[in-house]
Design a protein around this ligand. Sequence first.
Ligand SMILES: *Cc1c(COP(=O)(O)O)cnc(C)c1O
Ligand code: SF4
Length: 364
Amino acid sequence: MDDWLRLVKESLTTADDLSLHFPGVDTGEAKQVIGKYPMRINSYFMDVIRNSDSPAIYRQAVPDIAELRDTVCMEDPLSEEQQSPVPNLTHRYPDRCLFLVSSQCAMYCRFCTRKRKVGDPQMISADTIKAGIEYIKNHSEIRDVILSGGDPLMLADEVLEDIVGNVRKIPHVEIIRIGTRVPCALPMRVTQRLCRMLKKHHPIFINVHFNHPDELTPEAREACGRLVDSGFPVNNQSVLLRGVNDSPEILTKLFQQLLACRVRPYYLYQADVTKGTNHFRTPMERGLDIIRGLRGYTSGLAVPHFVIDAPQGGGKIPLLPKYVTRRTNKEIIMRNYKGEIYRYPEVQHEELDVKVVENTEVLK
Ligand SMILES: *Cc1c(COP(=O)(O)O)cnc(C)c1O
Ligand code: SF4
Protein backbone atom coordinates (compact mmCIF):
# COMPACT_ATOMS: atom_id res chain seq x y z
CA MET A 1 0.00 0.00 0.00
CA ASP A 2 1.17 3.53 -0.72
CA ASP A 3 2.45 5.39 2.28
CA TRP A 4 -0.11 8.14 1.94
CA LEU A 5 -3.01 5.72 1.69
CA ARG A 6 -1.88 4.02 4.87
CA LEU A 7 -1.88 7.42 6.63
CA VAL A 8 -5.43 8.03 5.40
CA LYS A 9 -6.60 4.63 6.59
CA GLU A 10 -5.03 5.15 10.02
CA SER A 11 -6.60 8.59 10.50
CA LEU A 12 -8.51 9.53 13.64
CA THR A 13 -12.19 9.34 12.76
CA THR A 14 -14.09 8.74 16.01
CA ALA A 15 -14.66 10.67 19.21
CA ASP A 16 -12.79 7.97 21.11
CA ASP A 17 -9.77 8.30 18.81
CA LEU A 18 -9.89 12.01 19.44
CA SER A 19 -10.07 11.80 23.22
CA LEU A 20 -6.97 9.59 23.28
CA HIS A 21 -4.97 12.42 21.74
CA PHE A 22 -6.78 15.45 23.14
CA PRO A 23 -7.90 14.72 26.70
CA GLY A 24 -9.67 18.08 26.88
CA VAL A 25 -12.21 17.11 24.22
CA ASP A 26 -15.79 16.40 25.35
CA THR A 27 -16.29 12.93 23.87
CA GLY A 28 -20.08 13.12 24.01
CA GLU A 29 -20.17 16.38 22.09
CA ALA A 30 -17.55 15.21 19.62
CA LYS A 31 -19.63 12.09 18.97
CA GLN A 32 -22.68 14.18 18.17
CA VAL A 33 -20.79 16.44 15.78
CA ILE A 34 -19.05 13.56 14.02
CA GLY A 35 -22.42 11.84 13.64
CA LYS A 36 -23.48 14.72 11.41
CA TYR A 37 -20.19 15.90 9.89
CA PRO A 38 -17.36 13.40 9.51
CA MET A 39 -13.93 13.92 10.99
CA ARG A 40 -10.63 12.72 9.57
CA ILE A 41 -7.28 13.71 11.00
CA ASN A 42 -4.26 11.87 9.70
CA SER A 43 -1.04 11.50 11.66
CA TYR A 44 0.82 13.98 9.45
CA PHE A 45 -1.71 16.67 10.22
CA MET A 46 -1.72 15.67 13.90
CA ASP A 47 1.95 16.63 13.91
CA VAL A 48 1.15 19.96 12.28
CA ILE A 49 -1.37 20.61 15.07
CA ARG A 50 1.10 19.57 17.77
CA ASN A 51 4.01 21.56 16.37
CA SER A 52 2.03 24.78 16.11
CA ASP A 53 1.87 27.29 18.95
CA SER A 54 -1.40 28.60 17.60
CA PRO A 55 -4.87 27.06 18.11
CA ALA A 56 -5.49 27.87 14.43
CA ILE A 57 -4.51 24.47 13.10
CA TYR A 58 -6.44 22.53 15.75
CA ARG A 59 -9.60 24.56 15.09
CA GLN A 60 -9.61 23.66 11.41
CA ALA A 61 -9.54 19.92 12.09
CA VAL A 62 -11.19 19.16 15.45
CA PRO A 63 -15.01 19.17 15.70
CA ASP A 64 -16.70 21.86 17.77
CA ILE A 65 -20.20 21.63 19.20
CA ALA A 66 -20.84 25.07 17.65
CA GLU A 67 -21.22 23.21 14.33
CA LEU A 68 -24.53 21.82 15.58
CA ARG A 69 -25.73 25.11 17.08
CA ASP A 70 -25.65 27.14 13.89
CA THR A 71 -29.13 28.49 13.23
CA VAL A 72 -28.04 31.09 10.68
CA CYS A 73 -26.35 29.41 7.75
CA MET A 74 -27.55 27.24 4.85
CA GLU A 75 -26.85 23.71 3.60
CA ASP A 76 -25.96 24.81 0.07
CA PRO A 77 -25.27 28.54 0.31
CA LEU A 78 -23.89 28.86 -3.22
CA SER A 79 -26.90 27.07 -4.78
CA GLU A 80 -24.50 24.64 -6.40
CA GLU A 81 -27.22 21.99 -6.65
CA GLN A 82 -29.58 24.33 -8.51
CA GLN A 83 -26.83 25.21 -10.95
CA SER A 84 -25.93 21.59 -11.62
CA PRO A 85 -27.24 20.35 -14.95
CA VAL A 86 -25.94 16.90 -14.01
CA PRO A 87 -25.11 15.79 -10.44
CA ASN A 88 -21.76 17.10 -9.15
CA LEU A 89 -21.11 19.50 -12.02
CA THR A 90 -21.83 23.19 -11.47
CA HIS A 91 -21.98 25.33 -14.58
CA ARG A 92 -22.31 28.89 -13.31
CA TYR A 93 -20.01 30.90 -15.54
CA PRO A 94 -20.03 31.13 -19.33
CA ASP A 95 -16.80 29.34 -20.20
CA ARG A 96 -15.89 27.12 -17.27
CA CYS A 97 -17.37 24.60 -14.91
CA LEU A 98 -16.74 23.00 -11.54
CA PHE A 99 -16.67 19.22 -11.63
CA LEU A 100 -16.70 17.24 -8.37
CA VAL A 101 -14.87 13.95 -8.85
CA SER A 102 -14.16 12.78 -5.30
CA SER A 103 -16.04 12.96 -1.99
CA GLN A 104 -12.92 12.15 0.01
CA CYS A 105 -10.44 14.55 1.60
CA ALA A 106 -7.16 14.11 3.42
CA MET A 107 -8.91 15.77 6.34
CA TYR A 108 -12.39 17.15 6.83
CA CYS A 109 -12.04 20.86 7.44
CA ARG A 110 -14.61 22.01 9.95
CA PHE A 111 -15.39 25.15 7.90
CA CYS A 112 -15.90 23.36 4.59
CA THR A 113 -18.35 24.89 2.11
CA ARG A 114 -19.35 21.43 0.96
CA LYS A 115 -19.96 20.06 4.45
CA ARG A 116 -23.21 18.64 3.09
CA LYS A 117 -21.28 16.38 0.72
CA VAL A 118 -17.74 15.62 1.76
CA GLY A 119 -16.95 12.25 3.24
CA ASP A 120 -20.07 10.64 1.80
CA PRO A 121 -18.89 8.07 -0.76
CA GLN A 122 -22.46 7.75 -2.12
CA MET A 123 -22.31 11.30 -3.48
CA ILE A 124 -19.97 10.59 -6.35
CA SER A 125 -19.89 7.48 -8.51
CA ALA A 126 -18.46 6.26 -11.80
CA ASP A 127 -21.86 7.16 -13.28
CA THR A 128 -21.87 10.80 -12.13
CA ILE A 129 -18.31 11.17 -13.41
CA LYS A 130 -19.30 9.72 -16.76
CA ALA A 131 -22.31 12.03 -16.95
CA GLY A 132 -20.10 15.03 -16.12
CA ILE A 133 -17.66 14.20 -18.90
CA GLU A 134 -20.56 13.78 -21.35
CA TYR A 135 -21.93 17.18 -20.30
CA ILE A 136 -18.57 18.87 -20.92
CA LYS A 137 -18.30 17.12 -24.31
CA ASN A 138 -21.70 18.45 -25.29
CA HIS A 139 -20.95 22.04 -24.25
CA SER A 140 -18.37 23.49 -26.54
CA GLU A 141 -18.36 26.79 -24.65
CA ILE A 142 -16.53 25.11 -21.73
CA ARG A 143 -12.82 25.82 -22.14
CA ASP A 144 -11.77 25.51 -18.47
CA VAL A 145 -12.67 22.53 -16.27
CA ILE A 146 -12.09 22.72 -12.53
CA LEU A 147 -11.79 19.31 -10.92
CA SER A 148 -12.71 19.50 -7.27
CA GLY A 149 -14.58 17.60 -4.58
CA GLY A 150 -13.77 16.63 -1.91
CA ASP A 151 -10.27 16.30 -3.17
CA PRO A 152 -9.37 14.90 -6.61
CA LEU A 153 -5.91 13.93 -5.37
CA MET A 154 -7.51 11.42 -2.99
CA LEU A 155 -8.27 9.26 -6.01
CA ALA A 156 -5.83 6.55 -6.97
CA ASP A 157 -3.43 7.65 -9.74
CA GLU A 158 -5.12 5.37 -12.30
CA VAL A 159 -8.62 6.62 -11.51
CA LEU A 160 -7.53 10.25 -11.66
CA GLU A 161 -5.62 9.66 -14.87
CA ASP A 162 -8.71 8.20 -16.46
CA ILE A 163 -10.75 11.31 -15.58
CA VAL A 164 -8.07 13.83 -16.54
CA GLY A 165 -7.31 11.93 -19.76
CA ASN A 166 -10.98 11.89 -20.75
CA VAL A 167 -11.37 15.60 -20.07
CA ARG A 168 -8.16 16.34 -21.94
CA LYS A 169 -9.43 14.49 -25.01
CA ILE A 170 -12.32 16.96 -25.38
CA PRO A 171 -11.14 19.36 -28.08
CA HIS A 172 -12.70 22.55 -26.71
CA VAL A 173 -11.24 22.12 -23.20
CA GLU A 174 -8.19 24.37 -23.10
CA ILE A 175 -7.17 24.20 -19.46
CA ILE A 176 -7.80 21.86 -16.57
CA ARG A 177 -7.56 22.95 -12.97
CA ILE A 178 -7.31 20.72 -9.94
CA GLY A 179 -8.43 22.12 -6.59
CA THR A 180 -6.74 20.27 -3.75
CA ARG A 181 -5.89 20.55 -0.08
CA VAL A 182 -3.59 17.54 -0.24
CA PRO A 183 -0.32 19.54 -0.40
CA CYS A 184 -1.37 21.07 2.93
CA ALA A 185 -3.12 18.15 4.64
CA LEU A 186 -1.19 15.15 3.27
CA PRO A 187 1.82 16.36 1.26
CA MET A 188 3.31 12.86 0.83
CA ARG A 189 0.41 12.15 -1.53
CA VAL A 190 2.08 14.47 -4.07
CA THR A 191 4.39 11.76 -5.32
CA GLN A 192 6.75 11.98 -8.27
CA ARG A 193 4.63 9.30 -9.88
CA LEU A 194 1.51 11.48 -9.57
CA CYS A 195 3.35 14.49 -11.01
CA ARG A 196 4.72 12.46 -13.93
CA MET A 197 1.24 11.16 -14.69
CA LEU A 198 -0.47 14.55 -14.54
CA LYS A 199 2.11 16.47 -16.53
CA LYS A 200 1.28 14.35 -19.58
CA HIS A 201 -2.01 16.24 -19.68
CA HIS A 202 -0.79 19.83 -19.53
CA PRO A 203 -1.90 22.62 -19.37
CA ILE A 204 -3.01 21.82 -15.83
CA PHE A 205 -3.17 24.41 -13.06
CA ILE A 206 -3.17 23.32 -9.43
CA ASN A 207 -5.05 25.34 -6.84
CA VAL A 208 -3.87 24.55 -3.34
CA HIS A 209 -5.41 25.56 -0.02
CA PHE A 210 -3.30 26.87 2.85
CA ASN A 211 -4.82 29.01 5.58
CA HIS A 212 -2.02 29.52 8.07
CA PRO A 213 1.79 29.84 7.89
CA ASP A 214 2.22 26.92 10.32
CA GLU A 215 0.78 24.65 7.62
CA LEU A 216 3.83 25.37 5.45
CA THR A 217 5.96 22.61 6.90
CA PRO A 218 9.09 21.38 5.10
CA GLU A 219 7.00 18.49 3.68
CA ALA A 220 4.28 20.85 2.40
CA ARG A 221 6.88 23.16 0.84
CA GLU A 222 8.48 20.23 -0.92
CA ALA A 223 5.13 19.03 -2.23
CA CYS A 224 4.48 22.49 -3.71
CA GLY A 225 7.99 22.45 -5.16
CA ARG A 226 7.38 19.11 -6.89
CA LEU A 227 4.22 20.50 -8.44
CA VAL A 228 5.88 23.67 -9.67
CA ASP A 229 8.89 21.72 -10.96
CA SER A 230 6.47 19.57 -12.96
CA GLY A 231 5.24 22.68 -14.74
CA PHE A 232 1.94 23.28 -12.99
CA PRO A 233 1.24 26.90 -12.15
CA VAL A 234 0.29 26.64 -8.46
CA ASN A 235 -2.14 29.14 -6.97
CA ASN A 236 -3.44 29.27 -3.42
CA GLN A 237 -6.98 29.79 -2.20
CA SER A 238 -7.39 30.67 1.48
CA VAL A 239 -10.54 31.08 3.52
CA LEU A 240 -10.67 33.91 6.00
CA LEU A 241 -11.59 32.24 9.30
CA ARG A 242 -12.32 33.73 12.69
CA GLY A 243 -9.83 32.54 15.28
CA VAL A 244 -7.67 30.93 12.61
CA ASN A 245 -6.19 33.53 10.31
CA ASP A 246 -8.20 36.73 10.67
CA SER A 247 -5.26 39.04 11.21
CA PRO A 248 -3.01 40.98 8.81
CA GLU A 249 0.13 39.60 10.48
CA ILE A 250 -0.82 35.95 9.99
CA LEU A 251 -1.97 36.33 6.41
CA THR A 252 0.91 38.58 5.35
CA LYS A 253 3.30 35.93 6.61
CA LEU A 254 1.34 33.16 4.89
CA PHE A 255 1.21 34.93 1.54
CA GLN A 256 4.88 35.92 1.60
CA GLN A 257 5.92 32.39 2.50
CA LEU A 258 3.71 30.93 -0.22
CA LEU A 259 5.52 33.11 -2.76
CA ALA A 260 8.82 31.79 -1.45
CA CYS A 261 7.44 28.33 -2.35
CA ARG A 262 6.60 29.71 -5.84
CA VAL A 263 2.89 29.56 -5.01
CA ARG A 264 0.86 32.61 -5.95
CA PRO A 265 -1.92 33.73 -3.57
CA TYR A 266 -5.00 33.78 -5.82
CA TYR A 267 -8.15 34.12 -3.71
CA LEU A 268 -8.89 35.03 -0.13
CA TYR A 269 -12.49 33.96 0.45
CA GLN A 270 -14.90 35.52 2.84
CA ALA A 271 -16.29 32.45 4.66
CA ASP A 272 -19.42 31.13 3.00
CA VAL A 273 -22.76 31.05 4.82
CA THR A 274 -22.52 27.28 5.21
CA LYS A 275 -24.60 25.49 7.83
CA GLY A 276 -22.34 24.41 10.70
CA THR A 277 -19.69 27.06 10.11
CA ASN A 278 -21.21 30.28 11.42
CA HIS A 279 -18.66 30.45 14.24
CA PHE A 280 -15.87 30.84 11.66
CA ARG A 281 -17.34 33.88 9.93
CA THR A 282 -15.74 37.34 10.19
CA PRO A 283 -17.23 40.75 9.35
CA MET A 284 -16.48 41.82 5.78
CA GLU A 285 -14.46 44.78 7.03
CA ARG A 286 -11.85 42.38 8.49
CA GLY A 287 -11.02 41.12 5.02
CA LEU A 288 -10.77 44.64 3.67
CA ASP A 289 -8.42 45.56 6.52
CA ILE A 290 -6.23 42.64 5.58
CA ILE A 291 -6.08 43.67 1.92
CA ARG A 292 -5.37 47.26 2.99
CA GLY A 293 -2.50 45.96 5.12
CA LEU A 294 -1.01 44.07 2.19
CA ARG A 295 -1.34 46.34 -0.85
CA GLY A 296 1.69 48.60 -1.13
CA TYR A 297 3.31 47.20 2.00
CA THR A 298 4.44 43.95 0.38
CA SER A 299 4.94 42.42 -3.07
CA GLY A 300 1.88 42.83 -5.25
CA LEU A 301 2.30 39.15 -6.06
CA ALA A 302 1.44 38.40 -2.43
CA VAL A 303 -1.94 40.13 -2.60
CA PRO A 304 -4.84 37.80 -3.46
CA HIS A 305 -8.27 38.84 -4.68
CA PHE A 306 -10.57 39.13 -1.67
CA VAL A 307 -13.93 37.73 -2.78
CA ILE A 308 -17.34 36.82 -1.46
CA ASP A 309 -18.87 33.88 -3.23
CA ALA A 310 -22.36 35.32 -3.38
CA PRO A 311 -25.23 33.34 -1.88
CA GLN A 312 -27.81 31.98 -4.33
CA GLY A 313 -25.13 31.22 -6.89
CA GLY A 314 -24.20 34.75 -7.87
CA GLY A 315 -20.56 33.79 -8.21
CA LYS A 316 -17.43 35.38 -6.83
CA ILE A 317 -17.59 39.11 -6.25
CA PRO A 318 -14.31 40.96 -5.65
CA LEU A 319 -14.13 43.42 -2.77
CA LEU A 320 -11.62 46.23 -2.59
CA PRO A 321 -10.88 48.89 -0.02
CA LYS A 322 -12.06 52.29 -1.30
CA TYR A 323 -9.05 53.80 -3.00
CA VAL A 324 -11.09 56.16 -5.21
CA THR A 325 -12.59 58.85 -3.00
CA ARG A 326 -14.08 61.07 -5.68
CA ARG A 327 -14.48 60.87 -9.41
CA THR A 328 -15.64 63.50 -11.89
CA ASN A 329 -15.27 63.82 -15.66
CA LYS A 330 -12.13 65.89 -15.04
CA GLU A 331 -10.26 63.95 -12.46
CA ILE A 332 -10.03 60.94 -10.23
CA ILE A 333 -9.18 61.62 -6.61
CA MET A 334 -7.56 58.65 -4.94
CA ARG A 335 -5.78 57.54 -1.84
CA ASN A 336 -2.56 55.56 -2.04
CA TYR A 337 -1.77 52.75 0.36
CA LYS A 338 -0.64 55.19 3.04
CA GLY A 339 -3.88 57.15 2.79
CA GLU A 340 -2.30 60.14 1.01
CA ILE A 341 -4.45 61.89 -1.59
CA TYR A 342 -3.45 61.91 -5.27
CA ARG A 343 -5.24 63.31 -8.33
CA TYR A 344 -5.23 61.76 -11.76
CA PRO A 345 -6.48 63.95 -14.64
CA GLU A 346 -9.20 62.11 -16.56
CA VAL A 347 -8.69 61.80 -20.32
CA GLN A 348 -10.08 64.84 -22.11
CA HIS A 349 -9.81 63.76 -25.79
CA GLU A 350 -13.01 65.02 -27.39
CA GLU A 351 -13.20 62.06 -29.72
CA LEU A 352 -13.51 59.74 -26.78
CA ASP A 353 -16.91 61.22 -25.98
CA VAL A 354 -16.33 60.82 -22.27
CA LYS A 355 -19.58 60.46 -20.39
CA VAL A 356 -20.06 62.96 -17.64
CA VAL A 357 -19.56 61.17 -14.37
CA GLU A 358 -20.64 62.91 -11.23
CA ASN A 359 -20.10 60.13 -8.84
CA THR A 360 -19.11 62.28 -5.95
CA GLU A 361 -19.52 59.67 -3.32
CA VAL A 362 -17.04 60.67 -0.63
CA LEU A 363 -15.98 57.93 1.70
CA LYS A 364 -14.26 58.11 4.99
C1 LIG B 1 -14.94 29.41 -8.26
C2 LIG B 1 -15.69 28.79 -9.34
C3 LIG B 1 -15.20 28.79 -10.64
C4 LIG B 1 -13.87 29.38 -11.02
O1 LIG B 1 -13.84 30.77 -10.85
P1 LIG B 1 -12.55 31.59 -11.29
O2 LIG B 1 -12.87 32.99 -10.86
O3 LIG B 1 -12.42 31.42 -12.77
O4 LIG B 1 -11.38 31.02 -10.57
C5 LIG B 1 -15.97 28.21 -11.62
N1 LIG B 1 -17.18 27.67 -11.34
C6 LIG B 1 -17.68 27.66 -10.10
C7 LIG B 1 -19.01 27.07 -9.86
C8 LIG B 1 -16.95 28.22 -9.05
O5 LIG B 1 -17.45 28.21 -7.81
S1 SF4 C 1 -10.18 19.70 1.82
FE1 SF4 C 1 -11.54 21.19 0.82
S2 SF4 C 1 -13.35 20.01 0.23
FE2 SF4 C 1 -12.21 18.80 1.76
S3 SF4 C 1 -13.11 19.30 3.72
FE3 SF4 C 1 -11.35 20.68 3.43
S4 SF4 C 1 -12.24 22.51 2.48
FE4 SF4 C 1 -13.75 20.86 2.26
